[in-house]
Design a protein around this ligand. Sequence first.
Ligand code: NOJ
Length: 562
Amino acid sequence: MTDHNWWKKSVVYQIYPRSFMDSNGDGIGDLQGIRSKLDYLQKLGVDVVWLSPVYKSPNCDNGYDISDYRDIMDEFGTMADWEALISDMHHKGIKLVMDLVVNHSSDEHAWFIESRKSKDNPKRDYYIWRPGDKDTPPTDWGAMFGGSTWKYDELTGEYYLHMFADKQPDLNWENEQVRKEVYDMMAFWLDKGVDGFRMDVINMISKKEFLAPYEDFVNGTAVNKPYKPNSPRLHDFLQEMNREVLSKYNTITVGECVDINAERAQLVTAEDRHELNMVFQFEHMSLDQQPGKSKWDLKPLDLMDLKENLSKWQYQLSERGWNSLYWNNHDQPRIVSRFGHDGKYRVISAKMLGTLLHMMKGTPYIYQGEEIGMTNIKFKTVNDYNDIETINMYNERVGQGYNEPDIMASIYAKSRDNARTPMQWNGTDHAGFTTGTPWLKVNPNYETINAEQALKDPDSIFYHYQKLIRLRKELPVVVYGQYDLIAKEHPDIFAYTRTLEDTVLVVVNNFHDKEAVFEWPSHISHDDADCLISNYPFDLKQDLSSIKLKPYESFVLKCRQK
Ligand code: NOJ
């Protein structure tokens, strides 16, 4: 019988191809490089790989600006390389998820090249054009990478919309033909064997509710609203996409959704609504920024906020809908530097963070290097950074009079390049990532933090993650158990239970670099407790009614309901 819920039991590993492994010495990771590391992924035990975009792209946003959705970027290899990769992966029992970036394309995509040409070009309406004089953009919306969302195009004297960089024009999802092109392209990859999609900023595709129609601009009656993602029309589009494409295949789908709350996420992921399997939400990733400000405006994380937030998502999606679980991706700083301790307690705190996340209900995502505890980078000057978002922010803030050390402090904490320094494979030059010059410098700590070293050490973060993955496969309670927050008021401990029938997992994590005492919850018996995983040796013979935890100590005990 076909298992249509395999994605609930899976662990996904994200590869950012540019930074994973370079096979030909040009300093850029590639498909053959990934192929050469499949044994490593198999050893870790992951079920699925999500590949960040590998399509043709001028790389203004490292592949998130696509100029041909049906071909492979030259730096990464050829379609034959991609076919060899998916075939090897499938032989090893690993599924492949591709990135679907269809809120926008590149301005070098053939559709946009046509669309620009004239107001009556058949592809004009594939993108979002509005009239306006040269100095006044159609709305005051701000783009994600700084500046206005509108770019004036001299050729036809109109503006086009770009929610990200100006080389990333937004596709017009109101145009039926555009949607058909997208669905055909999805079928093209699914027919080639891909197992699903991670959908880039998918909740931004509908703008109709906020942007006045073209005619109203021409008549001078345009009334625009402030732009917000999550328009109700999103659900029409996702249901159509599901009907037209996804329902015909056995896929995993995860939609990246900015500013989505748990109620809306439930609508997107409820199985009976036939939209997506899960979303990437961002609430827990914004708890270390000042409320109402940008990610660059830093604030220390308050553990109570994190407990409250992650628990809210666990409860909201417990019966209907499904969660994704993640700490890291190619846009986020490294978790051990962010919420853990990347000095003395690097290994211990990385394991604690892994346990905390992987024992929750949902599908966990591991970002390359997380499994060996890779850390943030501090390049001396902004010139060593590559990320468009980082560089635009730097220039904008310099212009606004911020002082350099403050700007650099934000970059050190939040730049996307923290995640993008090359994967650290071993202690040789450039961490064994390339024999050439890497496109982005390697983190100098590669001599001690690398995969070779981790594989040699039975007590490494790698083997801890391997065990977490194995537990998910062995114990249905990890996949299906009910989540409940315990020790709610404790300022240092993030603890919860997972319950399925009479099995209870007690998951205890000391989140801070000091000792803390965990008082055993009276409704659970610890008589036959068994320790499934821990980051310090765990003594089951100690008095479990009150447990003294070491800094960042974490363990999972399997117990019985009283
Ligand atoms: C989200 C992606 O994760 C990010 O890397 C990209 O810059 C934007 N979407 C635009 O595609």
